[in-house]
Structures are given as structure tokens and as C-alpha cells.
Design a binder for this molecule. Sequence first.
Ligand code: SF4
Length: 334
Amino acid sequence: MTAPLIDPFARAIRYLRVSVTDRCDFRCVYCMSENMSFLPKADLLTLEELDRLCSAFVALGVQKLRVTGGEPLVRRGILSFFRAMARHLDSGALQELTLTTNGSQLARYAAELADCGVRRVNVSLDTLDPTKFAAITRWGRLDQVLDGIAAAQVAGLRVKINTVALKGVNEDELFALTDWCAREGHDLTFIEVMPMGDLGGPDRLDQYWPLRDLRARLAERFTLTDLDERSAGPARYVQVAETGQKIGFITPLSHNFCESCNRVRLTCTGELYMCLGQEDMADLRAPLRASADDAVVQAAIRAAIARKPKGHDFDYSRQRVAGQMTRHMSHTGG
Ligand code: SF4
């Protein structure tokens, strides 16, 4: 049997988050500018290459695969990738196949995703107000996302809502969002924005809403009990006595999960980031394209994991990445 991936700090790597596209059908203000230029197609891993690379990780012991973007469901033919990964669920090698999505395409794909063995989805949703939703996402429509979420429920998918906490934007919806999730049976996680950024312009600092303040507001109305539960990720959870729901909090700068971090991140161009908060990455596309031998790819993965750092160290110059991370930190919570 192949030896599992163990990093220099004795952490077994079990979780891969893979971005399958840099494109998106929304233009959230804290993630993208309105006129984005995207990567040329030749730079992207093909769906077959993504299959080969992810399968190599699974062969090396990765048990959880989270598919992200951009918006993963806007990639043409992406369901064939989910189908390909389903074979690892069937074999038992993969325990979980999941995705983080903006929800816009879920009405179309939820049933098929469920059929591929997906059991949970994380949906990014910052507001239940259609006007605010349009302002935050620029190109999105709230009803399309709500229809997608409803379709996910009908298909039997468990939904986790990821809400970026934005001061002066969704502050007044704290209880509306919490109550809606309780009513609908969705899990809920709040994500703190990075306090700086060029994409958000001068508003960015004004929108910084520390989760400790958000939590204090929740505690004015609810009885919150800290849960010990960890997912080898940065989310901390509380149980709400009055509603029975579990609420997560993700603070991007926290270091509380590094010692148990079991995850790495692969970009749609085949760059492997060994730590969510560090620049160091390994190019896996070159070995993948250079050889049809999976042993070569596996050796490249092992060499990269041998460089996984002990903890993270955020670099504020990476603001675009930071914006995407803010929006899609959910991967780390589940
Ligand atoms: S935050 Fe997500 S939904 Fe919004 S533009 Fe970025 S990738 Fe798209």
C-alpha cells in the first residue's frame, strides 16, 4: 500500500480543496473587480488533468475533497469531474466529496450532484435582502440563489450558509439570517473579512466587523455554548440553546488550527499551496503534463508536502487572494 502523506510536523494530509476555475458569474465587491480578466484556457488544468491529479491525492490518502472556484458550477462539463470523483467514494477511498458555491447554478445541478455522492454544500450568502444582494454580488440575483438552495434541500443535500460579516451592510440582518437558517435547517457560519484591501476600496475598513462583536450581539439574545468540536480547520462553533442550531465563526487570521491542519489547496492551474496563509507553492501542472506516469505526480506531491509550514503567516499584499479567501473560507470550516 502507498504510504500516506505526512508533513514534517507529523500531520497527515487528508483534505484537499481544489479550485476548478477562476471564473464566476458574480462579481462580489470584496472578491473581484467588475472587469476581470481571467486565465487563458491553456493555463487551466483540463477536467481530465484535474481527475488525474485529484486521484493521485486520493491514492496518497486524501479522504475529503472540496471543490471550489471562482464558482465551480460555471465550469463547462464540471459534472463529469464530479462523476469521476464519485468512483473514489464508491471504492471507499474518499469519504467526502463536497463543494463551495454561490448557489446560482444549484437549481440546475443539485440532483445530479447528489447522484454523484455529494451530501453537503456550502453556499455563500451574505444577505436576504434582494437589493443588498445585487449590490454585494453586482451580477447576482437573490431569488436564483434561494431557488438553488431549495433545490439542494429537495435533492437531500445538507446546506451550510457562509455569511461574510460586513459592518454597515448585513449587520442589521444578524438575527434575520440566524432565524432563517434555524427555520430552514441550514447550518450557518460567519466569516470575518480581512481588515484591509484594495478591492473593497475605502469601504473595506469601514466594513470590518470583528466576529467577537458579532458574537456579543448574538449573545444578547441567545444563550451560546462553546462547542469543542473542531474540523482541523479554523471554525469555532457554538450551540444556540434557544434554536438548537450550531453556528460557526471563522476568523481568517486565527492560528488556532495550525497544529492540527490536515489540508492543502490546489488552484485551477495546478499550483499546490501547502498552507492557506502562506505564499509557498509547488507547481504540479508541469510534472503532470511531462509524464503519463502517476508515480511522477505522486513524487511531486510528496516533495511539496515535505515543505508544508508549521503555521500561517498572512501577507496583506495578497489582497485578491484574501478577498477570495474571505468569501470562500468555508472550505476550511468543513
Ligand atoms: S466571492 Fe465567490 S461568488 Fe463572489 S465573485 Fe468571488 S468567486 Fe464569485
